[in-house]
Design a protein around this ligand. Structure first.
Ligand SMILES: C[S@@+](CC[C@H](N)C(=O)[O-])C[C@H]1O[C@@H](n2cnc3c(N)ncnc32)[C@H](O)[C@@H]1O
Length: 285
């Protein structure tokens, strides 16, 4: 019988990429339904044959490039275990900067907040877990994404989020918001990264945007003004080289206090702007 240590050694030799050993451990822990620490504590333990078979099947899929999150069906974001499928973007650690920024800039325990393009629900759920008094609307164009986000909310018991389907701010109606935030698709259509790593297996409508990746960011900047309260914030995640065009667009639309924040890798990643205190108006293109 194969032991845990032998199975991990064999799998690490087969899996390509940056972290074959870690990938093997995550997959084996998933098959055993145990934390990774169990593998280190019991390296001599033999694997039940059906567990070994399931593990080998996952290792082969990982060796052919399939994302770990698609194989385990799970990804952690803001310490929340989220279910993830090929219908949504796999939440990325850099997006936690958007959550941190929102929590830091909007101190009020009561606020009306919209997360545009919610995908798995990562951002909306992180905010709901931290600020139970916020009224959060999570939107997406994709019905499949909204179904998954709703399921994640139910599983985590974060039931105060309202889900709406629609094209960016078309999904918002009624009273204005204190904060609109989004991690929209921002990769240019011809970007070679789209042919690498996890991106090959994620939905194109969650990744790609026209006009050098800027079309969705521009649409949200233009539309959000009409849905924000005076003094309300717009916060956007963007590509490492998109901060300047985003800031310019925000300035052209009369947002104030415009600022870009960098992620842990030092890349400009989130840009924020506030509506003037005295007015909220829809601006012409
Ligand atoms: C980059 S993913 C972000 C997902 C999630 N917020 C996160 O950070 O992990 C962008 C999301 O925007 C959605 N989306 C794309 N175009 C849209 C549109 N025109 N209106 C609303 N949502 C859109 C996609 O379906 C996708 O779920």
């Amino acid at each position: 019988m194969t032991t845990i240590a032998e199975a991990l050694d064999q799998a690490s030799a087969v899996i390509a990429g940056d972290s074959p050993r870690l990938d093997a451990e995550v997959l084996l822990a998933h098959c055993l339904d145990k934390p990774r620490g169990h593998l280190l504590a019991w390296p001599e333990k033999p694997l039940p044959p059906d567990t070994e078979r399931r593990f080998l099947a996952l290792v082969n899929k990982r060796a052919s490039g399939r994302p770990i999150s698609h194989l385990t069906g799970q990804r952690e974001f803001w310490s929340l275990p989220l279910r993830v499928t090929p219908d949504v973007l796999i939440p990325r650690p850099e997006t936690e900067l958007l959550v941190e920024t929102a929590l830091a800039r909007l101190a009020s325990p009561r606020a009306r907040v919209a997360d545009l393009g919610a995908g798995s629900g990562a951002i909306a759920l992180a905010l709901a877990s931290e600020r139970p008094g916020w009224r959060i609307t999570a939107t997406d164009q994709s019905a499949a994404a909204l179904t998954l986000a709703r399921q994640n909310a139910e599983r985590l018991g974060l039931n105060a989020i309202e889900f709406r389907q629609g094209d960016w701010c078309d999904a918002l109606a009624g009273e204005p918001y204190d904060l609109i935030l989004s991690n929209p698709p921002y990769i240019p259509p011809g970007d070679p990264h789209l042919q690498t790593g996890d991106l090959r297996f994620e939905p194109r409508q969650a990744l790609v945007s026209a006009d050098d990746g800027l079309a969705n960011l521009a649409a949200i900047i233009d539309q959000a003004r009409a849905h924000l309260k005076p003094g309300g914030w717009l916060m956007l995640e963007h590509g490492y080289n998109q901060a300047e065009p985003v800031r310019k667009r925000l300035a052209r639309r009369d947002y104030q206090a415009i600022e870009t924040l960098s992620d842990l890798a030092g890349h400009p990643r989130v840009t924020v702007g506030a509506c003037p205190e005295t007015q909220t108006r829809a601006l012409e293109q």
